[in-house]
Design a protein around this ligand. Sequence first.
Ligand SMILES: [Zn+2]
Length: 202
Amino acid sequence: MCARCLRPQATCLCALARPTGHRTEVLVLQHPQEQRQAKNSVALLRLSLAHCEVVVGERFEPAALQALLHRPGRQTRLLYPDVPAAPAPPAPPAAGAPLRLVVIDATWRKSLRMLLEHPALAALPRLSLDAPQPTRYRAIRAARRADQVSTLEATVQALAMLEGPCFQAAPLLDAFGRFVADVQARQRPAGAEGPAPPGGGS
Ligand SMILES: [Zn+2]
């Protein structure tokens, strides 16, 4: 077991981590099912980002959630689209205050349920990605919606939107590409050569 990334030595992520500076604080609320996925992207994100906190849970007590969501001197935004099932609250006037960005790491359906079950989350002003970029994830994990990308890619894209060209997204996205390739290589049946057949994967 690696003491730093808490994964078996065979799948240790530490060599892939790319220390990345940024101003926005990131809080990831991770569904417990995601924590157990070898192919989950959040461990690499946490190891790489300078200010990234990961809290695992599906139901949060209101007071505990409020304490997680808000920091003095920072405005909080939820990285989530404005969807009919959970319309976004009116956007606040743009202000130059530093941000705390909350990201839900769960399948699409479970993230929506977490949002609907926690009024404090639903009440947060949203940040939605204008045009989600194609995911490098599709090879190992069927995206449930065409615009659904991994939590790492969505967070990196959001930080790039918020912080502009001084945010160095490329090294981290490249590291994620190598992570996806490693997971794919391990998923290949023993003895098989070449790429997995189309339609395979989980
Ligand atoms: Zn490690």
